[in-house]
Design a protein around this ligand. Structure first.
Ligand code: AVI
Length: 354
């Protein structure tokens, strides 16, 4: 498949046009979809989940992985978070894409990638990629997400808007490895990882993940477009994770309801308080749930006692400096690194070429 109107560095325009709304409405092509989420049998997956949750809850410093935020309600609450005035990352990143997309397309073209295979990690509703596709002109678009049904719908909508674009949706948990199916083009791969999701990894894990993407035997990336949140004053950071309406508090507490469903615990969300704080020494926002009084939580075969004020760590969201992220990308094997930022330097989008 050849995308319309090839962008070029020199004398051709970098834009190609989205089809008209009439063409979108008329189109009915369905993208290919490969579901790799079902590698393990469902009972085995459920057993592994219970093991992981039990281990975290019984640890001296109790923790639950942030992946357990995202049940159906949690995904909606996260969408609501992105619309909050306090949660600046989403709109700031969107502003950077809007302002710098032509330069991004040019950087890709200069790296010999005028029509990349665009691999969208954690694609969700594909909205961020949708805004870039007209200018990045991918030969193939590969949205990847663990939330299979949601992604199928979203990929279908992208296909309706770009009927001639080769789309391969992939349902997989890429945090567990990036073995993409054979249907994904091996050449000219550009990974797209927006939203500062890399910040939810510990720095050592983030480095390993970036290395994996850049590795010619694994991710085979030629380049990476990465959105990352930057260090800033504590008040702005803490407000973004503890908003006045209490949406982030509900998002955090909903994790306990999800754990009740998955593990059979008897958490009562009214006995827990949302805590968000910036740990400057570690350069991360931490989210916790704090017990309002001494209490016990039970599930089949186990009980955990919590003292009043004892916490369950639910998320870390690392904040980087421009220099720190540049160094991390270089350490991971990306040789050319550049970035675009907003006027306040609150957020940055990096282009890193292997
Ligand atoms: C998904 N991730 C990048 C968000 C963040 O900012 O770390 C998750 C989030 N947690 C609370 N608010 C948003």
């Amino acid at each position: 498949m050849t995308p319309p109107a090839a962008p070029a560095v020199l004398n051709r325009p970098l834009r190609w046009r989205a089809p008209s709304p009439a063409a979108c409405a008329a189109a009915c092509a369905a993208p290919r979809f490969i579901d790799l989420c079902c590698g393990e049998s469902l009972p085995r997956q459920a057993w592994q989940t219970r093991q992981e949750l039990t281990q975290g809850l019984l640890a001296e410093a109790a923790s639950v992985s942030p992946k357990f935020f995202y049940n159906a309600l949690g995904s909606r609450l996260f969408e609501a978070i992105t619309a909050l005035s306090e949660y600046y990352p989403t709109r700031t990143e969107a502003g950077i894409f809007k302002a710098a997309c032509p330069q991004m397309a040019q950087a890709l073209a200069q790296a010999g990638l005028p029509h990349p295979c665009l691999i969208d990690l954690g694609a969700g509703n594909c909205a961020k990629a949708l805004s870039l596709i007209p200018q990045l002109a991918p030969r193939q678009y590969v949205p990847v997400d663990i939330s299979v049904d949601f992604l199928k719908d979203a990929a279908g909508q992208v296909q309706n808007c770009f009927p001639a674009l080769d789309i391969v949706g992939v349902g997989m948990d890429f945090s567990a490895g990036l073995a993409l199916p054979a249907e994904v083009q091996a050449d000219d791969r550009v990974f797209f990882y927006p939203g500062s999701s890399l910040g939810n990894f510990q720095p050592a894990q983030a480095l390993a993940f970036l290395r994996h993407i850049a590795d010619p035997a694994q991710g085979r990336a030629r380049g990476l477009l990465l959105g990352i949140d930057l260090v800033k004053d504590t008040a702005t950071l803490e407000a973004a994770y503890d908003d006045a309406l209490g949406v982030t508090a509900a998002f955090n507490k909903n994790l306990l309801r999800n754990v009740n469903t998955l593990l059979g615990t008897d958490f009562d969300v009214r006995q827990w308080r949302h805590v968000a704080l910036f740990n400057a020494a570690q350069s991360r926002i931490e989210m916790h749930l704090e017990a309002l009084s001494a209490l016990s939580v039970s599930w089949p075969g186990q009980t955990r006692r919590f003292r009043a004020g004892e916490r369950i760590h639910t998320e870390s969201s690392y904040k980087y400096t421009l220099e720190g992220m540049t160094a991390l990308l270089r350490q991971a094997g990306f040789r050319q690194v550049q970035h675009w930022s907003d006027p306040q330097n609150w957020f940055a989008v990096f282009w890193a070429a292997v």
